[in-house]
Ligand binder design. Structure first.
Ligand SMILES: [Zn+2]
Length: 362
């Protein structure tokens, strides 16, 4: 089934700036369906942003403008912006000599990452830090490190740095005690003007290492970590754009500074992210089970570096989104609640609102 969506919107800036073999974007998104999922042509995406072909990662198709390079891998779910890795909700499709990206990835990942200034978190004065696990729940354990201790030590260092910069910080725990995921969410939801960073460390095979950052999977997409195929709209989906912008700021700061393996910004339906009503991420600072990385993440010196990265990312996020008005949040039915207040118009697909961007913005 094919859909043709027309946005009767002239985009003069982009018409003028389109370069190279890519002809001008015609002001409409042509939508195709593959395996029941809506897709748009990548050529249209490049045109929309005024991108032209660039030298990029091996095995990838790369486009960009200025010093920004975006790369995708045909048939895969990898998406790179200046070499920072994201995992798309659906694979890039190759069909009839053209490449397609899912509409939901375009709306909920590509656009908020490329234009974070459109993210509207409102005023942020407070950071809720959530060191994972605690008490009888040690989290991941290895001969090199115990997760609950690393989480707490790192969070305390982030608090100190944020306090020095004038942020208020609320800790879900500042000592070694247990609290439920619901307790953590409740603390975040009753803290106004806040964003939420849950801090964890990973476990896996002894060779597994690197940093990954999770945001809530958008409405209409599944979580690769869910036991069942859940695609419903959740309270946390109100902040889809803000979540990915915050993840980008924190994750890129951490990868750039630590040179750790970039496991990407990924989507999940972790309980702690589902019902948070503030911009929220879950940061995994490395593997306790990796001999070298496990030793590093339990050392105070490395925790200092990681804490600075998280802090720098938060500062960057708040400076990008500062001075932008608080979002207009829709209430009522779940299908309107998931809509983002960005320009363009939404269309319901499997009950999910997809808002196609309609014009360039700062
Ligand atoms: Zn954990």
């Amino acid at each position: 089934m094919r859909h043709l969506l027309s946005l009767f919107f002239l985009c003069l800036g982009l018409l003028l700036s389109a370069a190279g073999p890519v002809t001008a974007w015609e002001g409409k998104w042509q939508v195709s369906s593959f395996h029941g999922v809506d897709y748009v042509r990548l050529n249209d995406v490049w045109k929309f942003y005024g991108f032209s072909p660039k030298q990029g990662r091996p095995g990838c198709v790369s486009f960009g403008a200025g010093n920004r390079v975006v790369s995708i891998r045909p048939s895969k779910q990898d998406f790179y912006v200046n070499n920072f890795r994201y995992i798309l909700s659906y694979p890039v499709v190759q069909s009839g000599g053209l490449l397609y990206i899912s509409s939901i990835d375009m709306s909920k990942l590509v656009d908020p990452v490329l234009r974070p200034r459109l993210s509207q978190s409102g005023r942020i004065t407070t950071v809720v830090l959530d060191p994972g696990h605690g008490g009888h729940d040690a989290g991941a354990v290895s001969p090199y490190a115990r997760e609950k201790d690393c989480n707490l030590a790192l969070a305390l260092k982030v608090r100190e740095k944020l306090n020095k910069l004038g942020f208020k910080v609320v800790m879900t725990r500042d000592r070694d005690f247990f609290l439920t995921l619901g307790d953590r969410v409740a603390i975040a939801n009753r803290t106004p003007e806040s964003l939420f960073v849950s801090i964890h460390h990973n476990s896996g095979r002894s060779a597994a290492s690197g940093i990954e950052t999770f945001t809530l999977a958008p409405h209409g997409t599944t979580s690769p970590f869910a036991r069942t195929r859940r695609t419903e709209d959740l309270a946390g989906n109100n902040q889809d754009s803000e979540n990915i912008a915050l993840a980008t700021a924190v994750h890129s700061a951490a990868i750039k500074k630590t040179k750790a393996i970039d496991r990407g910004i990924q989507r999940a339906r972790f309980s702690v992210l589902c019902t948070i009503k503030r911009p929220a991420i879950l940061f995994e600072g490395g593997f306790v089970t990796h001999p070298q990385e496990g030793s590093k993440i339990s050392s105070s010196a490395y925790q200092d570096i990681l804490a600075q990265c998280i802090c720098d990312g938060i500062v960057r996020y708040t400076s990008i989104t500062r001075n932008h008005p608080a979002p207009i949040r829709h209430s009522g039915s779940s299908s309107t609640r998931a809509g983002t207040p960005r320009p363009g118009f939404g269309r319901s697909s499997d009950g999910a609102i997809i808002t196609y961007p309609s014009r360039s913005a700062p």
